[in-house]
Structures are given as structure tokens and as C-alpha cells.
Design a protein around this ligand. Sequence first.
Ligand code: DAK
Length: 260
Amino acid sequence: MNYENILFQVTDGVAVITLNRPKAWNALCTRLNTELEDALLAAEQDPEVRVVILTGGDKVFAAGADLKEMAQATPMEAARTSALAQRINNFLEQMSVPVIAAVSGLALGGGCELALACDFRVVAEDAQFGLPEVGLGILPGAGGTQRLAALAGAARAFEMVLLGRRISGAAAAQAGLATCAVEPGQVMAAALEMAAALKKNPAYSMALAKRAIVSGQTLGAGAGKLMERELFALTFANPDQAEGMRAFAEKRRPSFQNLR
Ligand code: DAK
């Protein structure tokens, strides 16, 4: 697919996807979402890719769904675009590689929901997270109500969703909504540093550990623990389990194959 609204680059096992529609504050139009879904699939299918970083660049992460497009949509078009947005956010959780959102500037509405669907959020201290949908007569429809409450608690979710209050990147890190907040201008460097740390761990056990965490979040803790038990057993089907334990016994660094 020819990308017009995103940039996609893989370097040393790190796939960087950059939302790139600056004139519309990276508003998530259907074309952008279609390209994003395509790039995420490509990253998942590339065995060389170990980590995905999703960013909007230095100025803005994304100002939400494309309101101009949404305002004119027929009910059938609205159904298709909302299915696409939900597919993307669910796929981010289902990917076998860790996904880091690198957030500078505004992450509003669907942009905030997109960041919340990633596994890590490395954010600028002065970034702004907000869910203004209720003020527009709709509500966050791409999983935001659930993911926000799970990450930062129902009290914060009520405040941000019903009152439409924005919070800064620094406050988001304190509230558990972001993984860490760094100085503006240092976001991509911090995300790449995190990617390098993730790459040291074997791909398959990270993939299964991610699946166990997400299963508990989506199915409940009881089902999550059952999944965890089965997934734990599955790690023994991958050569990196034997290598990790052999390296420990031999007091050396493991040399993982990273099959996933
Ligand atoms: N959509 C379309 N265009 C946008 C946009 C957006 N969200 N945000 C900005 N733009 C466009 C502006 O229309 C303007 O275009 P031109 O007039 O130049 O053609 C250009 O970007 C520059 O914007 P401004 O002139 O407004 O610039 P300012 O610096 O004054 O303000 C701003 C920037 C980002 C603060 C402001 O534009 C703004 O407040 N934008 C809207 C933010 C917002 O309300 N976002 C939430 C949208 S609702 C669902 C999935 C997802 C969703 C719902 C359901 N399902 C799966 C069911 C998500 C909903 C949302 O995200």
C-alpha cells in the first residue's frame, strides 16, 4: 500500500510508525486508519521486527477522529469507520510485539484512545491527554472508557470523560495513564531507549506475557490466570526457554533466537 498519511520505517528491529497529517493535527481519517492498520499488520508479520513505536512526531500525537469526515458520514460509513478504529486498537493489544506510544503535544479523543491501546506510553511532560467526545454529543467509542478506567481508575475516567478535563503528560504518568514522562524533545530518544531494553528480552516469552496481561484485562482475572498457566507451559516449546535457563546455570549472557 502507498502511504500518504503515515511514515513507516524499520531499523534494527524497531518499526517506527509516524502519523503524518500535520495540517489536520494528525486527525484520524479513514485513509490514515487504513494505512495504519496495514503498517501494523506488516510489522506483526515481519519476523525481524521486535518492537513497534507509534508516534505523531514532536508537535502532536493526534487530535482525534476526523470530525469533518465524521460529521458527514452516513450510518453505514460510520459503522465501517468505527469498526476500523476498534480493529486497530484491539490489534495493538493482540500484536505479539510490544508497542510503545511516543506522545508529544495533544492526544485527544481517538488519539488518546489509540495511545491507551499501546502497551507503553512514553510522553512529554507537557503533552495533553483528553477525551472531549461527550462535549461533542458522542462518547469515546474505541475502547477508551474501558482502557482509561483500567489504567488510571474509574475516578480519573469519570473526570476525563464526563467533565472533558485534559491532563498533562506529567500528571498522566503520576496517574498510571502514562508509563513515564520525560522532557519535551526527549520523547523519541526515551522511546528508543525503552525499545532497546525490550529487545534484550526474548521475543516469545514477551509475546506470551503480553497475551496473559491483556487476557486478564479483557476477560477478567480468573480467565487471565488460566491463560497464564497455559501460556507458561507454552514457553517450554520455544528454544529460548532452554537457552535462558542454561545461560543462568553457566553464568553467561543468554543468546536468544527470538522466534515468535
Ligand atoms: N478532525 C478534523 N480536522 C481537524 C481536527 C479533527 N479532530 N483537529 C484539527 N483539525 C483541523 C482543523 O479543522 C483545521 O483545518 P483547516 O480549517 O485548516 O482546514 C486544522 O486542523 C487546524 O486546526 P485549528 O485551526 O482548529 O487549529 P488550533 O490550533 O486553533 O486548534 C486543536 C487545534 C487540535 C486544539 C483544535 O483543532 C481541536 O480542538 N480539534 C478537535 C479536537 C477534538 O475534539 N478531538 C476529538 C474528536 S472526537 C469511535 C472511535 C473513535 C472516536 C469515536 C468513536 N468508534 C470506534 C465508535 C473518536 C472520536 C473523537 O476523536
